[in-house]
Design a protein around this ligand. Structure first.
Ligand code: ADP
Ligand code: ZN
Length: 643
């Protein structure tokens, strides 16, 4: 009989169902005990639709991130292709067409001196390193350097993958790339329709030189001799996929993809992740730096406003300090634009009864409900559970008051303080509809609005020529998180938001409101000094044995019965302690200990970076397998997460 080739889809029985699977290989050795053989029902493709390199990458992901390869497959294949009705035949007539650029084509900009030097240094570094970190301050022209590197690759008949952290915000970037590379630009992300995603995937199997611009899922496309993978804003947490499994980091997967395919990698950012900069410092990655902004533009001037002092003097207007109101007024009078940053959506994070202190909480999760005034509801940001805004306290009938503030409340206060200004808000709530991001960004770019209020969405990669002032309404929320990466994230966020200020010849200004003016982070931030910030961080990381000096494996125990979760967590912790000793934490109750009706407990393992991590993972997996098979722990999920 003829065996189906590796990489084709086959229909196989699973219990009473029929499901689509991929042929991974031919099993040669003796069968393990307990394995049952079943016949393949049908072969769905003539030709492989998953390449050998893809399978290699899937296996690496499954091993590294401790997840079943089936989960990797589900994440990797566009939805339509996982369906048995989808035909892969190259002769089939298709209705969807992909690159279809009818706009203008421009010449690529010539590089300036600094960019030209960086371009040469990147090539030089690639001679000895597969991975190069480009550390260029905001607006130094990293994108222009990427474009010259892309041009070279396309001319040599190679493919390029250009990863961006949040594709919804990259209309500006895609426009810029299409004007230079026209039809060669293909955009791939979750907002692209299923049919188009499947078609892009299919075409990639027989690909011509082209540029794929995509969010993290684009690392799963088939590539034919890619020459270069660019990871833009490499520090961005959104490269990390949280739920569902595989819980992977797209930067690491991209690096492995390049490794298997023999491509070069360029990581670009103004604020490198501590891990990447460490790798550049110790010689594992090449390092290229651009310290100047393009066209002699200066980095913005950052001013701190002491909120405690302002409150004492009673010089606050809602959540706006007196100096901030003053500066906004002046800039508006000059016809400039302003960005106000508040990393919390909704009107306020909490509503509380003034009489009895009752706070409405989510039914399914261990969190208070967020106030949303626009639709007059209280909503859970974890599960979406929502109730109408109560007019009085549900317990005692007392008066309900809101506490804290989010973007909606800031928008309201702006409208009261500056009634003449045109205001737009950009957050998850205002951008739900498909084109909403684009509309908001376009309106602001065309200066049809004066003030943009937004969450971290406004901090990424956007360039607006008339923005002279950026304000951070409350920096403190960034410092007070229970996570060893919180200072790193805070620095990155604040430096990136600052980068939105000042274009075209004038120095921009950033005002940061905080209760902690003496926080050490500001010493580095005021000077835009990433390296001094890094030096301090790496010292602390080493002292406390955090990443990159150790690897963190987080095990989340999950079930809707609290007793079972507790039992499983304590069983697992006891066993891991025996194997790993002090490397294993106690059972931790996370800050949000119940999500979507599931109770959560967490155990953390810190393995020395130099240890045999693969062996450690195998030992962890063995303990997990034992615990989930205990009668008292029936059906409990134990979810590993690596790094
Ligand atoms: P970064 O990615 O480092 O933040 P960009 O590449 O987006 O910076 O460049 C910032 C701005 O400067 C953009 O508006 C870009 O068009 C302009 N710019 C940068 N380099 C050049 C160049 N060599 N020629 C013309 N314009 C440039
Ligand atoms: Zn909830």
């Amino acid at each position: 009989m003829q065996y189906p080739p590796v990489g084709v889809r086959v229909l196989v029985p699973l219990g009473k169902k029929e499901i689509v699977g991929i042929v991974q290989g031919k099993h040669a050795g003796a069968l393990q005990e307990g394995i049952v053989l079943r016949n393949i029902i049908a072969q769905l493709d003539e030709e492989p639709m998953v390449t050998a390199e893809q399978l290699q990458l899937w296996r690496w992901i499954a091993d590294y991130y401790m997840c079943p390869i089936g989960d990797v497959m589900s994440a990797a294949l566009p939805k339509k292709i996982g369906d048995k009705g989808y035909s892969f035949s190259p002769t089939k007539k298709r209705r969807v067409s992909i690159p279809n650029y009818a706009g203008e084509i421009d010449e690529i900009h010539p590089l300036d001196a600094q960019q030209q030097t960086a371009f040469g240094q990147i090539h030089e570094a690639w001679e000895t390193h597969d991975i190069v970190l480009l550390h260029g301050v905001t607006s130094s022209g990293k994108t222009e350097v990427y474009m010259h590197l892309i041009e070279e690759q396309l001319a040599a008949g190679k493919q390029v993958l250009y990863l961006v952290p949040e594709i919804a915000l990259t209309t500006q970037l895609t426009d810029r790339l299409q004007r230079v590379f026209g039809d060669k630009v293909v955009v791939y992300h979750s907002r692209v329709s299923d049919a188009v995603r499947a078609e892009i995937y299919r075409q990639q199997l027989h690909a011509q030189p082209r540029l794929i611009v995509g969010a993290r899922s684009a690392v799963f496309l088939p590539f034919d001799h890619p020459g270069l993978i660019i990871v833009d804003e490499e520090h961005e947490p959104s490269y990390h996929q949280q739920d569902p499994a595989p819980r992977y980091h797209a930067r690491s997967v991209a690096i492995m993809l390049a490794h298997f395919a023999g491509a070069k990698v360029l990581l670009g950012t103004a604020t490198p992740s501590v891990e990447s900069y460490h790798n550049a410092q110790n010689g594992k990655y090449g390092l290229v730096t651009m310290n100047e902004r393009f066209a002699g533009l200066q980095l913005p001037k950052i001013t701190l406003v002491d909120l405690a002092e302002q409150h004492r003097r009673k010089e606050m207007y809602g959540h706006f300090s007196d100096p901030l109101v003053e500066r906004i007024r002046e800039e508006l009078a000059k016809g400039k634009q302003i960005i106000l940053f508040q990393n919390r959506r909704g009107y306020a994070p909490v509503m509380q009864c003034a009489a009895c202190g009752e706070t409405p909480r989510c039914e399914n999760c261990d969190v208070p409900l967020t106030v949303h005034m626009r639709d007059r509801r209280l909503t859970c940001h974890y599960c979406g559970y929502s109730i109408p805004l109560p007019t009085a306290c549900p317990s005692c009938g007392g008066e309900m008051k809101v506490q804290g503030f989010g973007t909606e409340r800031i928008e309201d206060e702006v409208m009261q303080l500056f009634p003449e200004a045109r205001v737009l808000r950009m957050d998850l709530d205002s951008t739900g509809k498909k084109e909403a991001h684009e509309d908001i960004i376009n309106a602001f770019s065309k200066h049809e609005t004066d003030i943009l209020v937004g969450t971290q969405m406004v901090s990424k990669g956007l360039h607006f020529d008339d923005v002279s002032l950026v304000a951070v309404l409350n920096a403190d929320s960034h410092f007070n998180q229970p996570d060893f990466r919180c200072y790193e994230r805070a620095f990155q966020m604040l430096e990136q938001v600052s980068g939105r200020a000042g274009r075209k010849g004038e120095q921009g200004e950033v005002i940061i409101q905080t209760y902690q003016v003496n926080h050490p982070i500001f010493t580095h931030l005021l000077k835009h000094d990433y390296t001094s910030f890094y030096d301090e961080q790496i010292g602390e990381r080493e002292m406390f044995r955090y990443s990159p000096f150790s690897r963190l494996i987080t095990l989340t125990v999950r079930h809707n019965d609290l007793n079972r979760v507790s039992a499983a967590a304590s069983q697992l912790q006891t066993r891991l302690r025996q194997v790993f000793g002090e490397r294993c934490s106690v059972v931790i109750e996370p800050a949000v200990s119940r999500v979507q009706k599931y109770y959560l407990r967490v155990i953390q393992l810190r393995i020395e970076a130099k240890a045999n991590v693969a062996r450690a993972k195998a030992m962890v997996q063995a303990q997990i397998d034992e615990v989930v098979n205990l009668p008292a722990c029936k059906n409990v999920q134990i979810i590993p997460e690596v790094d």
